[in-house]
Design a protein around this ligand. Structure first.
Ligand code: CTP
Length: 397
């Protein structure tokens, strides 16, 4: 989402300035171009040489180039940029921004900006809480500046408190969401995604589950929010990290029955559904109240079928809604997938075979064939992130 975006990164005199290096790396990895503007105090914390090596651009800190006296045009920077991000931003810089005290290059650049500005404050807890700082933040927010709220640090209550600059990963996610909400290709769409395994309880300590990690569904959720869609993620038990986007709403569930309830309730308000979860097909007839003891020679379990969520949504689907399923097969993959496409009234099914190395559960890659009633397209082995993009491009764009 940040590919080709031109970011002016303002760095001020905070100990968190060292984190700007990581921030630059993340931005560049996403394909952004970064121009650093640093305050005199910022240079006390991090050297321009490090920053220019990372950005491949000379760092700007003075009004005039020391060597040849040429003028650094803050006005041109304002025109060049797609966004300005000030991270870390000290209490002093916040104050100067709020009151137009243009005594350094960073503030003049800010005042010349024609594009959105985001700031990630970094300061001590008491300074952040001070009425002056809070007033300045409010003033800036009223003028359309986005504040990337600082976090409470590790051991927050005792040592650092709120004021610690947000982690670079989170700042980049903010920036991504910011662009997603402005120019994403799925703006105005609401998408239901089911993901992860389900756990069917046998007794207080045991369940029947499966190896699904939730990675594929979460990758799809991530891509959808990066394109500005509102995502309703119904997620079975898994420990994968979720995108921090405010466009993502997650409902945690455990069993197939919970997932069925959540999905059928949410789907009517959505434009599309993507059924990525590995839902148990059978659930124990009863869940023992106490731990099942090791008694007798055999333990026979009686299982009942669960509700098929995809098929239920396929039935309730309106003419405007779309539905995509997955099929993980071990044999006769194409035949089974085609049959599921029809039986569940899907518009598309994504088939992967456990026989393909690098495809399926737990891994970060996948090899899929995308099937619609009128087409079939086999994609190469690629990251789940790229598979997510391919699926959404075919399904919704
Ligand atoms: N699915 C579902 N609810 C179920 C079972 C499956 O929503 N109770 C969805 C899955 O999320 C997937 C699709 O249906 O999108 C196909 O799942 P899969 O397990 O491959 O198919 P089944 O219908 O369960 O058939 P089988 O187990 O016989 O292969």
């Amino acid at each position: 989402m940040l590919k080709g975006k031109k970011i002016v990164l303002g760095i001020t005199g905070s100990i968190a300035a060292y984190k700007a290096c990581l921030l630059i790396r993340l931005l560049i990895k996403q394909g952004a171009e970064v121009q650093v503007v640093i305050t005199p105090a910022g240079k006390e914390f991090i050297t321009p040489i490090t920053l220019s090596a990372l950005t491949h651009k000379p760092v700007i800190s003075e009004f005039f180039n020391q060597r040849d006296g040429s003028w650094h045009s803050h006005v041109d920077l304002g025109l060049w940029a797609d966004a300005m991000l000030i991270a870390p931003c000290t209490a002093s810089t916040l104050g100067k921004m709020a009151h137009g005290i243009a005594d350094n290059m960073l503030i003049t650049t800010y005042l010349s900006m024609k594009v959105p500005v985001l700031v990630a404050p970094a300061m001590d807890l008491d300074m952040y809480a001070h009425a002056s700082t809070q007033d300045n933040l409010r003033l800036l927010q009223e003028r359309g500046v986005t504040i990337v709220e600082p976090g409470s640090g590790f051991l927050a209550s005792t040592l650092e408190g709120k004021g610690r600059m947000q982690e670079p990963e989170q700042i980049v996610e903010h920036l991504e969401e910011f662009f997603a909400r402005r120019e994403g290709r799925l703006l105005g769409k609401k998408i239901l995604i089911t993901a992860g395994p389900t756990y069917e309880k046998l007794d207080p300590v045991r369940f029947i589950g499966n190896y699904s990690s939730g990675k594929m569904g979460i990758a799809i959720a991530h891509y959808c929010v990066s394109q500005g869609a509102e995502v309703e993620l119904v997620l079975g038990p898994c420990s994968e990290k979720l995108p921090a986007s405010t466009l993502l709403h997650t409902t945690r569930v455990e069993s197939a029955a919970d997932m069925y309830r959540a999905a059928t309730q949410i789907y009517p308000s959505c434009n599309a559904g993507i059924m990525c979860a590995a839902v148990a097909d059978f659930t124990p007839d009863t869940c023992a109240e106490e731990k099942i003891k090791r008694e007798g020679d055999q333990l026979v379990l009686r299982l009942n079928p669960t509700q098929d969520i995809a098929a239920a949504l396929g039935k309730m689907k309106s003419a405007e809604q779309k539905l995509c399923g997955f099929a993980l097969e071990t044999h006769n993959a194409m035949e089974h997938a085609q049959e599921k496409l029809q039986r569940k009234n899907l518009d598309m099914i994504v088939m992967n075979s456990l026989q393909d190395p690098g495809a399926g559960f737990q891994v970060d890659t996948n090899k899929v064939t995308i099937i619609t009633p009128s087409s079939q397209e086999s994609l190469p082995l690629q990251s789940k992130k790229d598979v997510a993009k391919a699926i959404i491009s075919k399904f919704l764009l």
